[in-house]
Design a protein around this ligand. Structure first.
Ligand SMILES: N[C@@H](CCC(=O)N[C@@H](CS)C(=O)NCC(=O)O)C(=O)O
Length: 208
């Protein structure tokens, strides 16, 4: 198997952190240079016509993309430790939390950065700065809500560490770099404390 990734990109990081939590080793990593447009090369488009990383190439040659789908596959192949739910009910609640993190927090951060940061102009054309700034405000509203949630429970989906924490953490870390977002500096103390706790996990180490 091979995993197509890109340095500093948050979605591939979700998969590599998920793998580190499970202690999965032996999957070769192939670096895709997004700034050079390698994700739009004919070869790569055969793997993922959406021109995005991550992509997991399976042993039978098929390519699986979409971060959550890759994690679902890995969870099935390497069930322990469980990160996506043990029964249908737990799976549903974890999916709810994870999709909120992906479709709100991560997407708002990605849209903000892609439309406001000069370094992302190579990936996003045209850039709409006003739209990007509005996404930044929406992200802060989501962060405020998450901060309150984390006052009631220790992890994003409840009482234990799950894929939803990985999605949220990778989003926040991306915002930390490119939006200079520090939850504590904006009054989100519980979000900051959660972030610092997750950052202490071995899987949060980029080289993991
Ligand atoms: N929905 C996709 C999103 C993947 C995605 O947006 N990947 C970014 C890197 S984090 C990418 O490949 N960007 C390349 C581009 O915009 O051309 C997933 O969940 O994997």
């Amino acid at each position: 198997m091979r995993l197509f990734v890109s340095a500093y990109a948050p979605n591939p990081r979700r998969v590599t952190m998920f793998m580190a939590e499970k202690g999965i080793t032996g999957i070769e990593r192939v670096a895709v240079d997004l700034n050079a447009g390698e994700q739009r090369s004919p070869d790569f488009l055969l793997r993922n016509p959406m021109a995005r990383v991550p992509v997991l190439e399976l042993d039978d040659g098929r390519s699986l993309s979409e971060t959550r789908a890759i994690c679902t596959w890995l969870e099935g192949r390497y069930p322990e430790p469980n990160l996506m739910g043990r029964d249908f009910e737990e799976r549903a609640f974890i999916e709810m939390a994870d999709r909120r993190m992906e479709l709100r927090l991560m997407l708002e951060i990605a849209q903000c950065v892609r439309h406001t940061h000069p370094g992302l102009a190579v990936l996003e054309q045209p850039q709409f700065a006003e739209f990007g700034q509005a996404q930044g405000s929406k992200m802060r509203a989501t962060a405020r809500w998450l901060d309150e949630e984390l006052g009631r429970m220790p992890y994003v989906a409840g009482e234990r560490f799950t894929i939803a924490d990985i999605t949220a953490f990778c989003a926040i870390e991306f915002a930390r770099g490119l939006m200079k977002f520090r939850p504590g500096a904006e009054g989100f103390d519980k979000l900051q404390a959660w972030r610092d706790r997750i950052a202490g996990r071995a899987s949060a180490d980029r080289s993991a």
